[in-house]
Ligand binder design. Sequence first.
Ligand code: AMP
Length: 116
Amino acid sequence: MSETTETIFSKIIRREIPADVVYEDDLALAFKDINPQAPVHILVIPKQPIPKLADAQSQDHQLLGHLLLTVKLVAQQAGLDNGYRVVINTGADGGQTVDHLHLHILGGRSLTWPPG
Ligand code: AMP
């Protein structure tokens, strides 16, 4: 079993704090980032609170695949036909600030590389 944590994203899942939700299904939730770094900046999270990618277990493989397909769907819905970036910040050196696995969808402008 993955370790569970209580974060602000758990509160968003339970609708205890507001968020601009753009997609939801049984396994995943997508909502707009409160501090957008691009014209489109959406977070896709599992409802199951895996703290970070490094904590994912082999039994999470279907969920992880579902999250990537959710990214694809949400990006299509957002009209990101010219491309987009998917980011998973992981742990302290990865710049992760919320300990609930989340996939950033960034788009709506031409993004530079490498990131900082
Ligand atoms: P990370 O640094 O990868 O852990 O990303 C966490 C992201 O969550 C940041 O981009 C924040 O702007 C975003 N965030 C934090 N609190 C909220 C919130 N209440 N609603 C939406 N996005 C949030």
